[in-house]
Design a protein around this ligand. Structure first.
Ligand code: NAP
Length: 341
């Protein structure tokens, strides 16, 4: 098997390919011959040495893959062999073969390809948890989606539209035409425009009922201010940490110290709430995750969930894929593809 290893903290050049013996599935396990791998922002933070959950270097990251079941261990249904599937992996996804518990896989719906299937697990589970499970979004509400052009942003839009709510997005300017066409009511360039003022003006001065923020730092503080009464703020990332050329744990610590504290009295008196989401910390909630995924797969089958893969790269060109995301060029998901299919 071939794997992409992060050899040490650094730029894309620290990503190296290594060859190992193929894994053999044990009791309750199976292996997948991987067709596509979803890249997440967390992988980039891991490569820079800024992702606290990542294994120690040298390590293989990767939270999601799609492919074909190749072999099974004891106590696994043999009908699974040859099935087209996708899976959430707890690291190790940057490989052309992955070994997993059979309970970690989901059958790929026939109406999406392998690239789209690899784009589902992290983005859609996160969006579902933010909007449906914890955000409780209703059809007469407006939601502010930061990083609207990212994988989670577009996944969130599919769900917002299905609920019948209204979405305002923030993203780099080059993505605006695409995002408006896809269904955002308004899109704001948060780096050059006064987005707080615009959000207020788009909501008759009231603000939004729900905001989802993966940027963190002072951005979250400002987002809290554009919530109207009954508004909820879902925090799920700190992409602001990934400044070009900046790395290291000290930087992370500085960001943690800059992050707003939300006082309960303030929340009570302003009728606002704050919650956090990290799907990578839900490994002990397998039943919940399966339930959410069933709803997502139903959405794929019904056609209202349409994973958007903005760009695919060959497995060996993983460094280019990382650079593409860091340069803010991606719209939706970026995947690594293995072989021809
Ligand atoms: N907690 C969770 O469970 C969870 C799950 C998934 C993702 N996340 C987090 O959510 C965020 C978005 O994830 P995603 O997969 O949707 O992202 P993505 O598709 O990789 O999005 C990349 C985009 O992020 C924006 N961005 C914001 N700050 C940036 C920076 N400092 N450097 C480079 N790009 C920056 C850029 O778009 P614009 O310039 O258009 O804004 C860029 O194109 C990440 O922070 C990720 O770690 C958290």
């Amino acid at each position: 098997m071939r794997q992409i290893v992060i050899t040490k903290a650094g730029g894309p050049e620290v990503l190296k390919i290594r060859e190992l013996k193929d894994p053999i599935p044990g009791d309750g396990e199976l292996t997948i011959r991987v067709k596509a791998i979803g890249i997440n922002f967390a992988d980039i933070l891991a490569r820079k040495g800024m992702y606290m959950d990542a294994p120690k270097f040298p390590c293989v990251v990767g939270y999601e893959v799609s492919g074909i079941v190749e072999s099974i261990g004891k106590n696994v249904n043999e009908n699974l062999i040859g099935k087209q599937v996708f899976a959430l992996t707890r690291f190790g996804g940057y490989s052309d073969i992955v070994k997993l518990r059979a309970s970690q896989i989901f059958e790929k719906p026939a109406n999406i390809n392998f690239n789209q299937a690899a784009a589902i697990p992290v983005n859609y589970l996160t969006a579902y948890q933010l909007l449906v499970v914890m955000g409780g979004l209703h059809e007469d509400e407006t939601v502010l989606v930061h990083n609207a052009g990212g994988g989670v942003g577009l996944a969130a839009l599919d769900i917002v539209k299905h609920i019948g709510a209204t979405a305002i997005g923030t993203a780099s300017y080059v993505k605006h035409v695409f995002l408006l066409k896809r269904g955002f009511e308004h899109v704001i360039d948060y780096r050059t425009q006064d987005w707080q003022k615009l959000v207020k003006s788009y909501t008759d001065g009231k603000g939004v009922e729900l905001a989802i923020d993966p940027i963190g730092g002072s951005n979250s503080k400002r987002t809290y201010k554009v919530l109207r009464s009954t508004g909820r703020l879902g925090l799920f990332g700190i992409s602001t940490i990934a400044k070009p050329g900046v790395s290291g744990k000290l930087h992370l610590l500085k960001l943690v110290l800059q992050t707003s504290k939300y006082h309960p009295f303030n929340m009570m008196n302003s009728n606002k709430g704050v919650f956090g989401v990290n799907v990578a910390h839900l490994w002990n909630e397998g039943k919940k995750i399966r339930g959410w995924m069933e709803a997502i797969i139903k959405g794929v089958n019904e056609g209202w969930i349409q994973p958007h893969v903005g760009k695919s790269f060959k497995f060996d060109n993983v460094g280019d894929a990382h650079t593409y995301i860091e340069d803010r060029r991606n719209i939706g998901k970026v995947v690594l593809v293995i072989g021809e299919w």
